[in-house]
Design a binder for this molecule. Sequence first.
Ligand code: BGC
Length: 742
Amino acid sequence: MAKLRLLYFLPALFFAVFTGKTTAQIYRPSAQTEERVLKLLDKMTLEEKIGQLTLYTTDWGSTGPTIREGYKNDIRSGACGNLFNSHTVGFVRDLQRIAVEETRLKIPLLFGFDVIHGYKTIFPIPLGEAASWDLEAIEKSARVASTEASAAGLNWTYAPMVDICRDPRWGRVMEGAGEDTYLGCRIAEARTHGIQGKKIGDTDAMLACVKHYAAYGAPTAGRDYNTVDMSERFFREYYLPPYEAAVRAGAATVMTSFNDYDGVPATGNKYLMTDILRKEWGFRGFVVTDYTSINEMVNHGVIANEKEAGELALNAGVDMDMQGAVFQRFLAQSVKEGKVSEIQIDEAVRRVLRLKFDLGLFENPYKFCDEAREKAELLSPAHRAAAREVARKSIVLLKNEKNVLPLKKNAKIALIGPLADNKAELIGNWNGAGNANDCVSVLEGVRAQAQQEVLYDSGCEFFVAKKAGVGPALELAKQADVVVVVVGEQAMMSGEAASRADISLPAVQEELVLELVRTGKPVVVVLMNGRPLAIPKIAENAPAILETWWLGTEAGNAIADVLFGAYNPSGKLPITFPRSAGQVPIFYNEKSTGRPYNPDSKWTSRYIDTPNSPQWPFGFGLSYTTFDIGVPKPDKTTFKKGESLQVTVNVTNTGKADGEEVVQLYVRDLVGSVTRPVKELKAFRKIMLKSGASTTLTFTLTERDLSFFRRDMTFGVEPGEYEIMVGSNSAELKRVKVLMTE
Ligand code: BGC
C-alpha cells in the first residue's frame, strides 16, 4: 500500500523538484473518494462500466453531424452515463431522474455543454476577452458563466479552449486566447479557476474541460480539422504549454482534438494522452473525445474500422466516447477478444466516477437543478454589469487620428452599417443559452448616451455584392458631425467549421466605409469580427477604428462607453492583424532567419509586393491618453545561471486623460544552441494611471522564464547574452542587454 501511495504522488513530486512550483491546484481525488469509487466499481457489470464511458447529445441541439435517437433508453439501461447539450433545470431534472430512479445502480449523469463565453449573460468571445489582458476580469467572466450554467442544471463545460492559433483563416481562432503562449497560459489558468470556482463540488461551479488536446489551432492552411504537423520542439514550446497550464490550474477533464499530430490522430495518440498528460503532468481527471472523433480515425486512415478505432482510443488513454457510440457498440467484444483489458476499462471508469463523487452528485443528484437559483442568477443585473465591464475592457482602439474619439455627447451622429442596429450577431458563435433579444444593440447603446438625435441607416446588407443602398447612408452622413459605421463579419463566419480563405470585410462593406470617408466627415469604424481581418484600405483611410469583436449581451452599452469616453479603451491585440491573407501565418515571435528582413535588399526573407510587418502587431492598442514607458533597468547586467533578474521600468501617463496601459516585457536569447525567436512575451502588467502620474514597475525573470528546449531537447537555460525589451506593444520596444554566466 505504501508503495502504491508513493507511485500516486510521484508525478507531483517530479514536477515540484524540477520546476520549483507546487502542484497544490492540480486535480487530485481524495482517499475517501477513491474508496467509494472502488466499492461501486465492484458492483458494476462490464456493460454498466462502458455506459459510464459513454456520452451522448440529447435532441436539444447538436454541435456536430449526427444526432442519435433513443438516448433515454440508453440512460435507463445503463448504456449511457453522461449527456451533453441538455440544460435548464426542468429538462435536466427529468433526465437525471431516469438515471437515479430507473437504473440498477442509480449512478447520476454528468451534464456537459459548451459554455464558452457565458451561459445566458453573454460575455465577449474568448479572443475578444483575451484583448483585455485583464486576468481578473477574464476569471470573473468564467465565474459568472459557471454560476449561471450550474444554476441551469449543468455540471461540466467544454472550456477553456486554449488552442494557440497563428492563422486567422481558422474559424475557431475566436474561441481561444490568440497567438501567444505566455498570454495563452495565463488566460487558460484564469478561465479554469473561474469555471471550477473555489473547489469542485461547490454548487456554483462546474468541471472544466481543457480542449482541444492537442495543437488543434495549427491546421494546415487554416482549414478546420486539417492535418497538424510540426517539430516536437515547436509543439512543446508554443502549442503544448496552455493545456499544461490549465491542467496544473486544476482542470478536471481534457478533450482530445480532431486533428492528427505527427501522423497519429490525437484521439488515438498515446504519446499525448498517456506519456505527456498523465505521466509527465500527473493528470488524474478523465479524457473525453471530441464529437465522434474515435469514429473519424477510420477516415484518418490509421485504423480499418470503428471497433479497432475504439481499441486504439482506449489503449491510448481516452476515457469517454463523445457521441460516436463506438465504446457502447464494440468495447465489450474487444474485452472478450483481449484487445483491451478490463483493468484498463476499470481505470477509465474510476476516473469518471471520482468526479461524479467529487461533484457531490451521489449525495444530491439534483444539486445543480434549483429553479430558484436558476431564476435569480440568469441575466441578473450583477451579471449584466460584469459583462459590460469585461466588454469595454476588450475593445481595442486601433487608430484615432486627430482625436476623432472620444465623441462629444452633443455631436450629431450618423450611425451606419449592417451591424449598427443588429442584435442577432452580437452574441457571437458558441453562445451558450444566450438570447440575441437580450442584447443591447449599438444603436440602443449610443442613443442612451447621446444628447442629440442619432441618425441611422444600415447602409448595406452583409452579402450584397454591389453598392445598392449606400445612397441614404451618405445623405445621413452629410447631415451629421461625425459618422460611426459598424461593419464586420456575421457571427457564424467564425467558430467551428467556418474557416475563410479571404479574411477581408465581407461583400460591399469596405466600399460602404470608403464612400463614407469620401464625404469628408470624420468616420469612426466599429469592427465586429471573430478573427483578425485584413482591411488595408480602411486602415489607411478611416481616421478612427475600434475593434470590438463580438462583445455579447452588453455590446451596445460597452461600445457607447468607449465612443463617448465614459471608458478609456485599454485593450491590446492578442493576435497579429495581417495586411493580407498572403502574410498568414503571421506572428510576432518569429525567428531571425539567415537573411533577416531588409526592405531595401532583394535577397532577404521578404515579399516583393507587401512589407513583412503586419497591419497591427500583437499587443497593439491605443488609448485616449498617451504613456511613456522607460528603458528597462535590470538590477544587474551580469547574473549567474539560476539567479533571478529584477527588471524595473518607469511608466508615465503623459496625456490628458486617466487610463490603463498594458506594459509588456519581452526577452530574446541572442545566441542559442538552436534558433530562438526575436522576442517572446514573458511578463505583462495592466496598470491604471491618472493623467500626469508615474509609477515604477518591477518584473522578476526567473531561470524558468529564460528556459527553452535546447538542442538535446532538455528544458533549461544557456548562459550568454539576452535582450530584455519593454513597451506598449510587440513592435515598439526599448531594450537592454544582460549577460548570464555559468
Ligand atoms: C467541438 C467541441 C465541442 C463539442 C461538443 C465539437 O464539434 O469541436 O469544441 O465541445 O463539439 O459540443
